[in-house]
Design a protein around this ligand. Sequence first.
Ligand SMILES: [Zn+2]
Length: 452
Amino acid sequence: MFESNRDYPPPVDGAGCGNEPSSSPVTTWIADLSSGRALQEIAADTDAGLINRLRVLEELKAAAAAAQVRVAAAFDASVRAKDARSGIPEEHQGRGVAAQIALARRESPARGGRILGFSKALAHEMPCTLRALSEGRLNEWRATLLVRETACLSVSDRRLVDREVAGDVAGLEGLGDGRLIGRIRKLTYRIDQEALVRRAAKAQADRYVSCRPAPDTMTYLTGLLPVAQGVAVFAALSREADSLRARGDERGRGQIMADTLVERITGLTQADRVPMEVQLVMTDRTLLAGAEDPAYLQGYGVVPAMWARDAVRKAGHKERTERTGRRGAPSAPDLWLRRLYTAPTSGELIGMDSKARFVPEALSRFISTRDETCRTPWCNAPIRHRDHIRPHHLGGRTSSDNLQGLCEACNHAKEAAGWRAEGIDNPDRHTVAITTPTGHTYQSTAPPLPGT
Ligand SMILES: [Zn+2]
């Protein structure tokens, strides 16, 4: 199906934009998968032929996933061995491995950690699952389920489940996600009753609250809670809604529950007077001239121009405008809007500078606004640190050019041996080059601002 004796057209894109020369047989072959010739072949194929292609490609994806597992595990082992030889204590060996895997796979560092855990589990503890993946009988997601569902078992019990489930070639055929999980759990509970208890304890430790954008300038506030607490919160909100409606409140149940949630957590009674500082970045033409350039609301993302104008109007006189380095008024328990000017040509935020190592509040806010989220490529985690790209003790300035917003994990990863960061001259947008211990370089460019 994918003969190798073809005349390959030269790759159209990809040349010169990566770290690796794109001339290996594999990259040429990958380019061929979507070459003009391949597209013609697809168009000319029979329906049965198209279905065959789908299956082959599906198995290829699984086989590629298995190969990535082996490569990631080998990289981890190699880095650890090197660390051990240079006398690094065992608990610090392998630092930065997950971050490098993430960059190579174009994933967030958090995801890189999960990929590394998955790879090591398969490579060292679940040989049958890895084999089924490399033969295309399991896809990557189902292999992930096998790893996840056996994470609380001892290595020998895990191998047992691996053999029973993934070693049974005929049994895997036609097994969907739900039945696969069911089969693993049945075995798990039979082998190790205690696993159930450990799973529950681990699940409780993973409780969290998150906030992510929903359509139409709404947001999902999600809490993953132990079942009793979650049910108690929901019941309290329901009771309040029922009691208010019985007293003539005309809002819907859902509306009252949502308003009550906000009131009880923020301590304020009006849903539109939330005690937080809202940072809204917009162009002057959006605010004053009714232009339609979207604005950026920190912690949420892009918002329509009309919504931004409306928010400013509601905030009324409490709006503060900020230019280079001037400090705003102290916070008040109300909706504050801070407007940061963007330079008229490039849209770059007007820079700031400070002599101290310590990053002043206004500059720190400026970095958060410019970078939006952690600057590591594909990370997107909230900014927790304003990091000196060139360290202060090496003469790095405390200026907007030499600072970048990083999350906790990425700030930590950057400190590991062999990592380097340097500012790159880019008149349009702030750019940093990150070099990893293997010598691979990745560029991080600040996101475009409103009006660009
Ligand atoms: Zn990060």
